[in-house]
Design a protein around this ligand. Structure first.
Ligand code: AMP
Ligand code: GLY
Length: 440
């Protein structure tokens, strides 16, 4: 007699983070046939409806240690790390050392997001297409450079700045002001001790998310993110104001070119440099007349890309994570919902600058509809049960539809029913891009 199949359905998963991305991860993991019990630290008001939340943030070294202790105490089978900060601090390393399985790269690999200068040098070393660049620590040298570079020009704080540390300067005055903001005023803190000044790339942006076990990789369905805060891509950059998926189909020549010219050489470059990458590599691309070029790497799922991409995933996310960790990705093809998804983000008025928090959110029940998911970002539950705003990106209203237009209409109808003082969202999410009809 062969071994009996052991199916106990008692898997425990800890998701680290508190945004819309983590809410989408929690909801997708809940759909797994493994029926996992899900914990989330620290979570938010929406996640608290779907998982057991623990008030621990992994954004500091003591926080990282506290997550490891939680993982041990709860005997979790798998930790999924949502945000970049714990990855850069070495949470994956610490969990591995404690014998806990983790989805997310070690800190050596997380430098691809933790330092833009490191990434630009990596790209240059491996001849991977990216904008021409210079790195500065000295203010005078940066000013002198910016005095004569062609405009527009892009100025980036080297370190982590939650998507906000990039300034696209269209005039000389703006470029000089950006040097002051990043290097002198240190608006983005220590992230701005180094400044990357790079060539402006005209084109269309594409978020290509790759899951890799260090050898093989799987490309997830594509998405397009809207970074600037106002309609028509006006105003400062944010973490992401909305997204839709699919953008290009995976078999489109544009994607094949991006895999050939960028993804494969990147994975080869990492292994040549002795850096093992296991987890999700987010490749931020500009599709230029010269072909696809790298804008940035992130070492984790995108937000709000995750909300639109995972809404379309039909395969078991636990299986994808386990295959990655165990080095079994080769030949694996996730199954996708052919429908389109659109996510519109509602932010606090004033974001990405100063904004109020603690405001009551109304309409959450009224906005609920078939094919619409309201992923919570910066929300918190008041003791009296009211849901309050707690930061910049508050809600990600995500809808599925046969066409992108249908998904878009559904997301905006739901959004109209939501309210908090100062609520802001873009009105043009999903209204540009190439594919609109189902499966096209
Ligand atoms: P990053 O965090 O480096 O992806 O930059 C944030 C956003 O700034 C990108 O998503 C683009 O919209 C814009 N951006 C960054 N670098 C460039 C560039 N070289 N040319 C044009 N736009 C850029
Ligand atoms: N939406 C862009 C990011 O996650 O970095």
């Amino acid at each position: 007699m062969g071994a009996l199949p052991i199916y106990v359905g008692e898997m425990k998963i800890l998701v680290v983070g508190s945004g819309g991305r983590e809410h989408a991860l929690v909801e997708t993991l809940r759909r797994s046939s493994r029926e996992p019990e899900i914990l989330c630290a620290p979570g938010n008001a929406g996640i608290a409806q779907a998982a057991r939340v623990k008030p621990i943030s992994a954004d500091t070294l003591p926080g990282v240690q506290a997550i490891v202790e939680l993982g041990k105490a709860e005997r979790v089978d798998l930790v999924v790390i949502g945000p970049e900060a714990p990855l850069v601090l070495g949470l994956a390393n610490a969990l591995e050392s404690a014998g806990i399985k983790v989805f997310g790269p070690r800190k050596e690999a997380a430098r691809l997001e933790g330092s833009k200068a490191f990434t630009k040098e990596f790209l240059a070393r491996h001849s991977i297409p990216t904008a021409a660049f210079h790195v500065f620590e000295e203010v005078a040298a940066a000013r002198a450079h910016v005095e004569h570079v062609p405009l527009p020009v892009v100025l980036k704080a080297d370190g982590l700045a939650a998507g906000k540390g990039v300034i696209v300067a269209r005039t000389r005055t703006e470029a000089l002001a950006a040097v002051e903001t990043i290097l002198v005023e240190k608006r983005f803190g220590e992230a701005g001790s180094r400044l990357v000044v790079e060539e402006f790339l005209p084109g269309s942006e594409l978020s290509l998310l790759i899951v890799t076990d260090g050898e093989s990789f799987v490309a997830l369905e594509t998405a397009q993110d809207y970074k600037p805060v106002f309609d028509g891509d006006q105003g400062p950059n944010t973490g992401g104001m909305g997204c839709y998926s699919p953008y290009y189909r995976l078999d489109d020549p544009v994607i094949q070119l991006a895999l050939e010219r960028i993804v494969r050489p990147t994975l080869k470059g990492l292994s040549k440099d002795g850096i093992q990458f296991r987890g999700l590599l987010y490749v931020g691309l500009m599709l230029t007349a010269r072909g696809p070029e790298v804008l940035e790497f992130n070492v984790r799922f995108g937000d709000p890309e995750t909300q639109v991409i995972l809404s379309r995933l039909q395969s078991d996310l636990v299986e994808l994570f386990e295959r990655t960790i165990e080095g079994r990705l080769q030949g694996y093809k996730p199954v996708w919902d052919a429908r389109h998804s659109v996510c519109v983000v509602a932010t606090s008025g004033g974001y990405p600058d100063r904004h109020k928090t603690g405001l009551e959110i109304q309409g959450l029940h009224e906005a609920a509809a078939t094919n619409v998911r309201i992923f919570h970002g910066a929300t918190t539950l008041a003791p009296d049960g009211r849901v309050l705003t707690a930061g910049g990106r508050v809600l990600g209203v995500t809808a599925l539809g046969e066409t992108r237009e249908e998904a878009r209409d559904q997301a905006y109808s739901a959004m109209k029913k939501l309210h908090f003082e100062g609520i802001h969202y873009r009105r043009d999410i999903g209204s540009r891009g190439r594919y609109t009809a189902r499966g096209q």
